[in-house]
Design a protein around this ligand. Structure first.
Ligand SMILES: Cc1cc2nc3c(=O)[nH]c(=O)nc-3n(C[C@H](O)[C@H](O)[C@H](O)COP(=O)(O)O)c2cc1C
Ligand code: SF4
Length: 380
C-alpha cells in the first residue's frame, strides 16, 4: 500500500485541503485596534504561497466583553468583517483554506470584569455560547472555511475544562463530562447557524501538566464527547505549549503519545501540534500513527516557505531552533530573520526590561517559577 505523506490531499466536510499541513494559530501582535492590517494580509498570503494547506488565524477574541491580548485580532462586530474578507480572499487566491481561531482571553462577564470560572452564572455560559454563534455567522460572511474553538493553554475555555480552575458542582462542572459542556454548547450553537460544509475544529490541552489540572483521561473524555457531537477535527496541544530546545529527529512531537491514545478511541481527524521539525518525523506520524494533520507554528514563523521548500526537494529540517524569542520580538518575528543567534535569544528571554510594559504580564520566561504552566506565563 502507498505510504501516506504530509503532501496528500484530504477532505474535511467535503472541502479539499491540498495537503496535511496546518499553520497552527499564532498570535502575531500585528492587529490595530483588533482589526486586520495590510501587514497581516501579506503574512497570511506568504504562508499560503508557501503551500500551507490550512491556515488558522492567530488568537481572535470573539467575545465583545473579553479582555485584550495586545495586538490580537477581535471579531464580533459587522465592521470587523471587511478586513477579514481581505484575509480570506488572499489565502483562497493561493489555493489554501483559512480558519478563524475563535478565542476568549479569560472568563470575563458582560460588565467587563474577569471572574473565576466558579463565579460564572448560567446566563454567563449562555452569553459565551451566543457570542461564538454570532462570530460564526460573521465568519461565514467573511469567507472563512471554518472556525477553531480555542480550548487550550489556560485561556478562558481551557480554564472551564480544567479541574484546577473549575470546581463547580452543577451542569458546568464536577466531572470531565460536565466541564466539557460549555465547548459542546458552543459546537452546537455554531453548527446551527453555519452552512453544512463549514468546518468546526477545536484546540485542546492533552494535559495541563499541572498538579490538579486537566489530565490525559479528562482530555480523552472531552475529545470523545466532541467527536460524538460532530466536531470535524481535534488539535492536540497542551500547556507548556511551545517547548524550547527541540531538535529534529531527537525530541520532536512532544504531544504525540496523547494523540496516539486519542486515535485508539476515535476516527475523528486529529491535528498534532508541538515541536514538529522534520519531514521524516511528520510523514511517520501521518503514516504510522494515523495522525491526520500536522500543525506548525514556530517553523513557519522562521520559514514561511518551508512546505514549498520540502516539496521542491530540499528536505533539510525546519531551521527554527525553538528558542522562543519570537514571543518577545515586535510582531513576533523570528529572531533569525534579524541575524540573531541562539545566545541572543536566551538573553531576550531573561531580560524582561526589553519588552513593552503592557506585554509583560503575558510574557514570562518559561523558566520563571511565578508564571502559570502554559508557555504564555499568565500570572498565577
Ligand atoms: C509567537 C507565538 C504565538 C502563538 N499564538 C498562539 C495563538 O494565538 N493561539 C494558539 O492556540 N496557540 C498559539 N501559539 C502556540 C502554537 O500554535 C503552537 O501550539 C506551539 O508553538 C507549538 O508548536 P510549534 O512547536 O510548531 O511552535 C503561539 C506560539 C508562538 C510561538
Ligand atoms: S525566534 Fe526562535 S523559536 Fe521563534 S521562530 Fe525563530 S528560531 Fe524559532
Amino acid at each position: 500500500m502507498r505510504m501516506k505523506t504530509i503532501f496528500d490531499a484530504t477532505t474535511l466536510r467535503g472541502r479539499t485541503l491540498k495537503n496535511r499541513v496546518f499553520r497552527s494559530a499564532t498570535w502575531m501582535g500585528m492587529a490595530e485596534n483588533g482589526c486586520v492590517t495590510d501587514e497581516i494580509v501579506s503574512m497570511y498570503q506568504k504562508l499560503a504561497q508557501g503551500q500551507v494547506g490550512g491556515i488558522l488565524t492567530g488568537f481572535t477574541s470573539v467575545v465583545p466583553w473579553d479582555g485584550e491580548l495586545p495586538g490580537a485580532l477581535r471579531f464580533f462586530e459587522p465592521e470587523h468583517v471587511k478586513g477579514h474578507k481581505r484575509l480570506t480572499r488572499a489565502v483562497h487566491d493561493c489555493g489554501s483554506l483559512i480558519f478563524l481561531q475563535a478565542a476568549m482571553l479569560d472568563t470575563f462577564v458582560p460588565s467587563g470584569r474577569a471572574v473565576p470560572v466558579n463565579a460564572l452564572t448560567l446566563s454567563d455560559f449562555a452569553n459565551i455560547a451566543e457570542a461564538y454563534k454570532k462570530a460564526a455567522i460573521l465568519a461565514v460572511e467573511a469567507g472563512y472555511d471554518g472556525l477553531q474553538i480555542h480550548g487550550a493553554h489556560f485561556f478562558g475555555l481551557s480554564k472551564c475544562l480544567s479541574p484546577l480552575c473549575n470546581q463547580r458542582n452543577d451542569t458546568y462542572g464536577g466531572s470531565a463530562e460536565r466541564r466539557a459542556k460549555i465547548v459542546l454548547d458552543i459546537l452546537q450553537a455554531v453548527r446551527l447557524v453555519v452552512p453544512n460544509d463549514f468546518i468546526i475544529l477545536i484546540k485542546i490541552n492533552c494535559s495541563d501538566f499541572t498538579e490538579g489540572g486537566l489530565s490525559e483521561s479528562d482530555f480523552l473524555t472531552t475529545s470523545l464527547l466532541l467527536a460524538n457531537a460532530g466536531i470535524d477535527a481535534i488539535e492536540v496541544s497542551g500547556n507548556y505549549t511551545s517547548r524550547p530546545h527541540i531538535r529534529a529527529g531527537v525530541n520532536e512531537a512532544y504531544f504525540r503519545e496523547a494523540a496516539v491514545a486519542l486515535r485508539q478511541i476515535t476516527t475523528c481527524p486529529i491535528l498534532l501540534v508541538g515541536g514538529l521539525r522534520s519531514l521524516d518525523r511528520m510523514n511517520a506520524l501521518v503514516d504510522q500513527d494515523d495522525i491526520t494533520y500536522v500543525s506548525l507554528s514556530r517553523p513557519l514563523l522562521c520559514e514561511q516557505n518551508l512546505i514549498a521548500r520540502w516539496q521542491a526537494g530540499d528536505t533539510r529540517p525546519a531551521r527554527c531552533i525553538s528558542c522562543n524569542s519570537c514571543y518577545h520580538t515586535e510582531h513576533h518575528q523570528c529572531i533569525l530573520h534579524k541575524g540573531g543567534k541562539e545566545e541572543d535569544a536566551w538573553d531576550l528571554c531573561s531580560n524582561r526590561s526589553r519588552r513593552p510594559a503592557q506585554w509583560r504580564p503575558f510574557f514570562r520566561c518559561h523558566k520563571n517559577e511565578n508564571s502559570c504552566h502554559c508557555h504564555y506565563g499568565h500570572p498565577r
